[in-house]
Ligand binder design. Structure first.
Ligand code: PBG
Length: 302
């Protein structure tokens, strides 16, 4: 297992590149606002990974988007096909982290299974357990639950114990109810219907609650913690690390990355400089790893 550690200088090994793979595409499709990021077919994803490896990227976060949506997701065949193929192709040349959530699979775009406009926690955990198990059987190195439901890390940890899986959990442990997720939701086809995500994601103003959420996930067995979005959450990082002693990263989310793209496209700033500054600041705040859409472009320029 790769260790992330916070050295004085930000290095490529601290960066994680997201990759979207969508079922039913004839060819790759640009994600609006996210520079050179695409919704990929399996084939185009593999091509990109080869080129990303050459650009110095080692760590990938996979988002898998199936065509068929389900009320109570339990068929994850597409997820399995994609991941096992990637594992077979790349083996241990890459670190395979998999975003583990239901929002790209549910009919209403929520991160859990809903009943009468509320999350049904028990059903949600069951479904997340099935998808995590599928990812592990397909060869995932790290499971990254991003659903923000109560007790997911605890549930997954006990499931892994039962199955004797030694796969670490990277929890999206302090994830805010944010307006910076727009471009991502287009790509992941995961905009929630009927009600928003405020019943399960954290309120932006509440520092204590946000830190507590990471502490709880640590107690429940997460190996890696995360704040999300990045720049708007950097004040939490040191506090979380002090309290938990766990490696803690930041997710520079789609809206953050897109805002830098728009500045440069409108000739209001130099993209490379804006981008590097944003990552260096997140690293300065103590992030042990950064999930970011431009990892491939900056890996060799740090
Ligand atoms: C949800 C999930 C989200 C992101 C990753 N996984 C956000 C959401 O829709 O609430 C956001 C990533 C980004 O904006 O880059 N499972």
């Amino acid at each position: 297992m790769k260790k992330f550690s916070n050295s004085n200088k930000l290095k490529a090994i601290n960066l994680i590149q997201p990759i979207f793979i969508e079922e039913g595409l004839k060819s790759k499709k640009i994600v609006k606002g996210l520079g050179k990021n695409y919704s990929h077919t399996l084939q185009s994803a593999k091509k990109t990974i080869v080129s990303d490896i050459n650009k110095g990227v080692k760590n990938f976060l996979f988002f898998i988007i199936p065509k068929k949506k389900q009320r109570k997701p339990k068929d994850f065949n597409f997820h399995y096909q994609v991941l096992s193929n990637i594992k077979k192709t790349f083996g241990n040349r890459i670190l395979i982290i998999v975003d583990t959530c239901l929002c790209s699979v549910t009919t209403d775009g929520h991160c859990g299974i809903t009943h009468k406009n509320k999350i049904n926690l028990k059903e949600t955990h069951k479904s997340l357990g099935i998808v995590a198990d599928t990812f592990i059987q397909a060869g995932a190195d790290i499971i990254a639950p991003s659903d923000m439901m109560k007790g997911t890390t605890k549930y997954l940890k006990s499931l892994f114990k039962k199955k004797k899986y030694k796969i670490p959990i990277m929890s999206y442990s302090s994830k805010f109810f944010s307006s910076f997720y727009g471009p991502f939701r287009n790509a992941a086809k995961s905009s929630p219907k009927k009600f928003d995500r405020s019943s399960y994601q954290l309120p932006v103003h509440d520092f204590k609650k946000a830190v507590q959420s990471s502490i709880t996930n640590a107690k429940h067995g997460a190996s890696y913690l995360m704040v999300k979005p990045g720049i708007t959450s950097i004040d939490l990082i040191k506090e979380i690390k002090n309290k938990t002693k766990l490696p803690t990263g930041a997710y520079q989310v789609s809206g953050e990355y897109a805002s830098l793209q728009y500045l440069s496209q409108n000739k209001l700033g130099d993209f490379d400089k804006l981008y590097k500054e944003s990552l260096v600041a997140i690293h300065r705040a103590g992030a042990d790893f950064i999930i970011t859409y431009g990892a491939r472009d900056i890996a060799k320029n740090l």
